[in-house]
Design a protein around this ligand. Structure first.
Ligand SMILES: [Zn+2]
Length: 467
C-alpha cells in the first residue's frame, strides 16, 4: 500500500507547516499552520490548498504555535468537518492562540479599510474570531503516549517534544510504514520544559529545522539578566522586554522569580506582564503540572512573578508609573501589540533599557540596524495614537530601591545625571558616591559647572563610563 506525503508549507520557509499524508484514498493533515512573516509569505495563506478541505478526514497537531495550528479556522470554514487530534495542553493553548489570531485578522482588515491600504474593497480578514471559536469544538485531546486512530487503520502516538507546553512528535503507522514527524523540538537544557523524549524507531523521519545547523549559544539567562536589572534598579529606569506570549514570557518570569529569591535583584523591583495571552498561558503551567520542569512551588512563584496587565486601560495606566520597573509585553519581535506603545514611551530615555531575549527576524522592527541608537525616532502610527505620548522621564529624587534604610527614614538624594546612581545614599553614603569617582563622566574639576540634566541622550541601556 503506497503512502505519499506532500509538503504544503514549512518547506523553504519555517512557517506554514502542513504535511498532507495520503494512502488508499484517505487524507490526513499533520499540522495546519499559518504562513507568517513577509507579505509574500502571508499571501500564501489566501491561496487554495491542493486538496479540498472537505476531503481531509483528520488533522493531527504537533503543537499550538500558529505556524503549526493557525490555518485551522480557515480549514474548518472551508469545509473540513473531521476531528483535530492534539495533546490536552495543545488544546488549551489553541483555545488562547486561535481566537486571538482571528481577532488580529479582523483588526488588520478594519485598519486597512479605515486607511484604504488594501486593493480589495472591503478588505476581509483571513478568518474571524468566531471562525476560530468554531474550529475549537473539533479538537479531540489525547494524552502523550496513548495510541489513537485518526483514520481507521492508521495508528498514531504522541511523544513529548519539549519546545512548549503540549508539544509532541507524532509517530504515524500507515500502509506498513512508520513515519515520525518531529514537530518543533525543544532544547535538552530548557529552563521550563522537559527534554524531548527519545524518538521511537521509524522508517521515515521528518525533522523540523528552524535553526538549521546553528549551535545554540551556551550560557545562563540569569547571569546575563541579573546585572542588567541591577543597573536598572539603581538608576530607576524602565526595562521594556518584547516577549513571545507562549514560552519566552514564562522563561523570563521564572528567571526573574529566581533572581529575586536569590536576592540578586531587589525583591521590590516591580514587574508587569502586559499581555492577556501571556497571562493566560502562564496559568496553564499550573493546570499542566508534570508536563514541565517546575514543581508546584516554582509554578506558584511563576504565576506570581509579575503583576498581570490585561485590559488596555491597565496597560495605559503603566505610563503613569515611575521606574524602576520591568514591562514584559508582546509581541516578541515588536511587530505589533502593546510593546510598541512602551517602546515609543520609554526607549528614548537613556535611563531605560530595551532587553531583547529572543531571535529577531530580518525585516522586523527591532532587527533594523538603527533601532538601538535611534530609538527616540520611533513614532506612533495612527492606530496607536490614543495611547500616552512619549514624555521626558522625571528625574528621580527618592533613594534607590536597594537602600537599606527603612522607607520612613529614607531621605531624598540627588542623582548623577551620567550614571543615574544616587550621589549619596542615606544608608551608605560613601559606597554610593558617584561624582568624584574616576569612571564617572560627571566628575569635573572644582569650579566648573556640571553638565545639566537631560542632555545626555546618546544611548539606550547602560551609559558608558560605568565601572
Ligand atoms: Zn513552535
Amino acid at each position: 500500500m503506497s503512502v505519499t506525503i506532500s509538503f504544503l508549507g514549512g518547506a523553504s520557509t519555517v512557517t506554514g507547516s502542513k504535511y498532507l499524508v495520503q494512502s488508499s484514498g484517505h487524507s490526513l493533515l499533520v499540522d495546519c499552520g499559518l504562513f507568517q512573516g513577509y507579505k509574500q509569505l502571508r499571501l500564501r495563506n489566501w491561496q487554495p490548498l491542493p486538496v479540498v478541505p472537505g476531503q481531509v478526514q483528520a488533522v493531527v497537531l504537533t503543537h499550538a504555535h500558529l505556524d503549526h495550528s493557525g490555518y485551522l479556522p480557515l480549514l474548518v470554514r472551508e469545509g473540513f468537518h473531521g476531528r483535530v487530534w492534539a495533546t490536552p495542553a495543545t488544546q488549551d493553548l489553541c483555545g488562547i492562540l486561535l481566537p486571538d489570531s482571528g481577532h488580529l485578522q479582523e483588526e488588520d482588515a478594519a485598519f486597512a479599510n479605515r486607511h484604504g491600504f488594501s486593493k480589495h474593497t472591503p478588505a476581509l480578514p483571513l478568518y474571524t474570531r468566531q471562525d476560530a471559536l468554531r474550529c475549537l469544538k473539533q479538537i479531540k485531546p489525547v494524552p502523550v503516549g496513548q495510541a489513537f486512530e485518526p483514520i481507521r487503520g492508521w495508528l498514531a502516538r504522541f511523544y513529548s517534544a519539549g519546545h512548549i507546553l503540549g508539544a509532541a512528535s507524532l509517530l504515524l503507522e500507515v500502509g506498513g510504514r512508520r513515519i515520525l514527524f518531529s514537530g518543533d523540538l525543544g532544547r535538552s537544557d530548557d529552563l521550563l520544559m522537559n527534554p524531548p523524549a527519545a524518538p521511537p524507531a521509524a522508517d521515515t523521519v521528518l525533522i523540523e529545522s528552524t535553526y538549521g545547523d546553528r549551535q545554540h549559544p551556551a550560557g545562563d539567562v540569569a547571569s546575563e539578566l541579573a546585572p542588567a536589572l541591577q543597573r536598572l534598579a539603581v538608576r530607576g529606569g524602565v526595562a521594556v522586554v518584547p516577549v513571545f506570549a507562549v514560552g519566552r514570557a514564562q522563561t523570563l518570569l521564572h528567571t526573574i522569580a529566581q533572581l529575586k529569591e536569590r536576592k540578586l535583584i531587589p525583591a521590590s523591583l516591580p514587574v508587569f506582564l502586559d499581555s492577556p495571552m501571556a497571562v493566560h498561558t502562564t496559568d496553564l503551567f499550573s493546570r499542566h503540572l508534570g508536563e514541565h520542569r517546575l514543581d508546584a512551588r516554582q509554578t506558584h512563584a511563576l504565576t506570581r512573578a509579575a503583576t498581570r496587565v490585561e485590559t488596555p486601560e491597565q496597560s495605559k495606566a503603566l505610563a503613569q508609573r515611575h521606574g524602576p520597573m520591568v514591562i514584559l509585553a508582546a509581541s516578541g519581535m515588536a511587530t505589533g501589540g502593546r510593546v510598541l506603545h512602551h517602546l515609543a514611551l520609554y526607549a528614548g530615555d537613556h535611563r531605560n533599557m530595551v532587553i531583547l531575549t529572543g531571535y529577531q527576524a530580518r525585516g522586523w522592527l527591532l532587527a533594523s540596524s538603527s533601532c538601538a541608537s535611534t530609538a527616540r525616532t520611533w513614532r506612533c502610527a495612527p492606530r496607536w495614537c490614543s495611547w500616552p505620548r512619549p514624555r521626558p522621564m522625571p528625574t528621580p529624587t527618592s533613594c534607590w530601591p536597594g537602600c537599606a534604610a527603612a522607607p520612613a527614614r529614607r531621605v531624598r538624594s540627588t542623582w548623577c545625571t551620567a550614571t543615574w546612581r544616587p550621589r549619596t545614599c542615606c544608608a551608605s553614603a560613601s559606597s554610593m558616591s558617584c561624582t568624584g569617582a574616576p569612571w564617572c563622566p560627571n566628575t569635573v574639576p572644582p569650579g566648573r559647572p556640571e553638565r545639566p540634566p537631560g542632555n545626555a541622550h546618546t544611548a539606550v541601556g547602560a551609559p558608558s563610563g560605568r565601572p
